[in-house]
Design a binder for this molecule. Structure first.
Ligand SMILES: NC(=O)c1ccc[n+]([C@@H]2O[C@H](COP(=O)([O-])OP(=O)(O)OC[C@H]3O[C@@H](n4cnc5c(N)ncnc54)[C@H](O)[C@@H]3O)[C@@H](O)[C@H]2O)c1
Ligand SMILES: [Zn+2]
Length: 440
């Protein structure tokens, strides 16, 4: 065992379940993984010292390897989310839905409810039911197929999940499984958090956005007609299972939208990952399975580290919102559904980076590299032309990150891979950025 742990600590990117003997439980795997992720200590030190205007420290600097693992091997990569007794593994790899034991070991009780939507069900529902039941005759699976779209992430649709659960007489020991993108994950997670005051929950994310971001970290919820994600709960799953093969059916635009969040991790805390993306963006867009698995793994590691240190978003976790304040203004001002979330975040990131440069906090090489990488990813680098300075200002004034009338923003500061979450900036820089990106 000692040699296994050593091997893992030498190369961050090859933590696989193959190293475990057949009887090893997931929590033991987690232990092995944690030994390899010790360097995160530096992040918590900066969090404690710097309070709200912390710099997102980069545990990435100590990561050993940027090499791409071989996903042809059937063993999943395991990234652990370290939250004490609520810790859980994220399994990443190709063909994981065919590895039935992986999913079954996290199913508690004998009843399962799969929550999915009309688009994803014909593609992956049978496979998921098979993964849950094959060789496991004691488990019975119900499913609920919801309409597809952000506009259905609401109370009425959530009620359909409860209807099905209650009609099927599911009990406290049941497990809810989210099969789909971020909309399904957020809704199913919230349903699991509140049904009978909390049942077990598994995430099977099927979009890049969900695989690198929304399925990790336990934020669940639905929209209210007056605002996005206003009703919800922090609720962690038993495991996240990322089968990268599911991305083969994802539309190109959805793929690129998820890549915007991947780029974000590089910018806020992982310069080495950003450099890897600059060299490998064409592979990601071509859905090279090795490149996708690597990008998902590295993104999940970054998110897992941030969430472990700041689960309830008292500071550090907010840095995951780089570009999102400008981006949300675009989503609201331009109309939901016009641009995908990642597209709005991409334009928002360019604006945050422009403002960081105006403040003198970063040099112009970073500005150019951000423009370049977003262009490589075929993402927007400016807001829609209909957005005005006043629209940005009025929408951003009601952002969740406004405290005591002060809009706090995530801005880059210092060398690539460092950011701050702060309200302490020259207002003129914000005005200048808005004026430079808007025609009126
Ligand atoms: N909880 C969090 O921390 C968090 C973080 C980021 C985003 N989110 C939420 O995630 C949502 C956005 O997620 P999203 O971008 O995944 O959108 P989505 O769930 O709407 O999925 C995008 C589209 O792809 C389809 N789809 C999903 N998987 C597919 C597949 N494998 N093949 C073909 N089509 C597929 C979906 O049916 C949908 O039409 C938003 O509601 C956002 O608020 C939550
Ligand atoms: Zn986002």
């Amino acid at each position: 065992m000692a040699s296994t742990a050593n091997a893992i600590s030498l190369s961050f990117s090859t933590t696989t379940a193959t190293t475990a003997p057949p009887t090893l439980k997931p929590q033991n795997l987690s232990y092995l993984y944690l030994r390899s992720s010790k360097p995160t200590t530096s992040v918590s030190l900066r969090l404690n010292r710097a309070g709200a205007t912390l710099a997102a420290a980069t545990a990435s600097r100590v990561r050993a390897s940027a090499q791409v693992m071989d996903v042809a091997s059937s063993a999943p990569t395991v990234v652990e989310v370290d939250l004490g007794d609520r810790s859980y593994p994220i399994y990443i790899g190709s063909g994981l839905l065919n590895q039935h034991e992986l999913l079954q070991r996290h199913v508690h009780g004998k009843r399962v409810l799969v929550v999915t939507n009309k688009t994803v069900a014909p593609l992956y529902l049978d496979k998921t039911i098979d993964a849950l039941t094959s060789g496991n005759p004691n488990v019975s699976v119900e499913s609920v197929i919801l309409p597809d779209g952000e506009k259905y992430k609401d109370m009425d649709t959530l009620m359909k999940v409860f209807d099905k659960a209650i009609e099927s007489r599911l009990d406290r020991k049941s497990t809810f499984v989210a099969l789909g993108g971020g909309v399904i994950g957020d809704m199913c997670g919230y349903a699991a958090a509140s049904f009978l005051r909390g049942v077990n929950f598994i995430q099977i994310p099927t979009t890049v956005m969900a695989q690198v971001d929304s399925s990790v970290g336990g934020k669940t919820g639905i929209n209210h007609r007056l605002g996005k994600n206003l009703i919800g709960a922090f609720y962690q799953p038993q495991c996240v299972l990322v089968d990268t093969d599911t991305l083969n059916t994802l539309p190109d635009r959805e793929l690129a939208s998820g890549v915007a969040e991947v780029i974000k991790y590089g910018l806020i805390r992982d310069a080495e990952f950003f450099e890897w993306q600059e060299k490998n963006m064409h592979k990601l867009l071509a859905r090279d399975p090795n490149a996708l698995a690597y990008a998902i793994k590295r993104s999940c590691e970054n998110k897992a580290e941030v969430v472990s240190l700041d689960e309830k978003e008292s500071g550090l976790r907010a840095t995951l919102n780089l570009g999102h304040t400008f981006g949300h203004a675009i989503e609201t001002g331009f109309g939901y559904g016009q641009w995908l979330h990642g597209e709005a975040v991409a334009a928002g990131t360019v604006m945050a980076v422009d403002m960081s440069y105006r403040l003198g906090w970063i040099d112009d090489s970073i500005v150019k590299r951000v423009q370049n990488i977003l262009q490589l990813a075929k993402l927007p680098t400016a807001p829609p032309e209909t957005m005005t300075v006043d629209m940005f200002k009025s929408i951003m004034a009601v952002d969740k990150k406004v405290a005591d009338g002060l809009l706090r923003l995530i801005l880059l500061k210092g060398p690539l891979g460092n950011c701050v979450f702060t309200g302490d900036y020259d207002r003129k820089a914000l005005d200048d950025t808005l004026r430079s990106f808007c025609k009126s």
